[in-house]
Design a protein around this ligand. Structure first.
Ligand code: SF4
Length: 311
């Protein structure tokens, strides 16, 4: 696996997502000029190349709003990064000329969020009118290139009921794109926000099961179905996944290992593992070594009764 350099740039986001742990307004108000300086970013890119990093990920809220983003991507390419990833809200990519420039300068992979199969659901999460229309235009634009696209969604109380419709939409309309479903990140702002936004797993599981059935219908072989589906859930503990998959097919150790280390965003540096814990009984669980753990926030809000070790 290539070493991935994560470059998290301070920029102004064009969405205002309900789960965002560092939404621009909450973090630093309306200071539009408070961008990371291009020179210091170039230094990081250069140092990463010197230290053997071959892949680089530009991220931030929203990284494509950085005034020098095209030049920085070009700079990364000149420093021999062979994989250049961008995590973005995707809204700026509705501009086909801009997208073309990014790809020409070397972007090889985009991560984009999508929260619903219709505007009402998507925008209930992003809280920005027209953000759905923008992302639809972006997806159409991206179809014209061979660049890798990973669509991500987060299930919240606002879009949970629509997750299966979204899955169906992506599988049918954009089967070449990878799709990942995740729970609200473990580092939310406060317990109050977390409860307001995050459903308990027992509420989510029926909807996620419905999603599993869509995968299964689409990918007829059990292995392909499991593989696709497991790759979708990077950060759910196996004892929760166990309730979503067909029990008789539940042999996830290899698949989760595969999905965790081979697919998607591989940087461990950016993921807040310190906000996850394992419970005392976890040491008896056969998935202990590969389990990402449980959000401390989740335990504080909903307790630990849903987690049971698997023998
Ligand atoms: S290690 Fe703990 S949290 Fe992880 S799957 Fe096992 S019981 Fe669940």
């Amino acid at each position: 696996m290539k070493k991935l350099l994560d470059l998290n740039l301070k920029t102004l986001c064009d969405n205002e997502c309900i789960f965002c742990h560092d939404s621009t307004k909450k973090m630093w108000g309306k200071r539009w000029n408070d961008y990371d300086k291009a020179d210091s970013i170039r230094e990081k890119i250069k140092a990463g190349a010197r230290n053997g990093f071959k892949a680089i990920c530009f991220t931030g809220n929203e990284v494509l709003n950085h005034p020098h983003i095209i030049k920085l991507i070009k700079y990364a390419r000149l420093h021999k990064y062979t994989e250049i990833e961008v995590i973005t809200s995707g809204r700026k990519l509705k501009d086909g000329v801009f997208l073309n420039k990014l790809i020409r300068e070397g972007v090889s992979q985009f991560y984009l969020p999508i929260y619903g199969a219709d505007a009402r659901t998507h925008e209930a999460v992003t809280r920005v009118t027209d953000s759905f229309q923008d992302i639809m235009k972006t997806l159409d634009n991206l179809c014209q290139y061979r660049v890798r696209v990973i669509l991500t969604t987060i299930f919240t109380k606002k879009n949970l009921k629509n997750i299966s419709a979204l899955t169906e939409f992506i599988i049918n309309k954009h089967p070449q794109m990878c799709f990942k479903i995740d729970s609200v990140a473990a580092f939310s702002n406060s317990l109050l926000d977390y409860k307001h936004v995050t459903p308990p797993f027992e509420m989510a599981i029926p909807f996620l099961k419905k999603t599993a059935r869509i995968y299964k219908k689409r990918y007829c072989s059990n292995l392909t179905y499991l593989s696709f589906f497991a790759k979708s859930f990077l950060h759910l503990p196996p004892c929760i996944l166990y309730n979503i998959f067909d029990r008789d097919l539940f042999n996830l150790s290899i698949l989760i290992r595969h999905s965790k280390f081979m697919e998607g965003h591989n940087s461990n540096e950016s993921f807040p593992y310190e906000s996850l814990i394992k419970l005392p009984f976890c040491k008896f669980c056969k998935f202990y070594m590969i389990c990402c753990g449980i959000s401390k926030f989740y335990i504080k809000v909903y307790g630990r009764s849903e987690f049971k070790y698997l023998k």
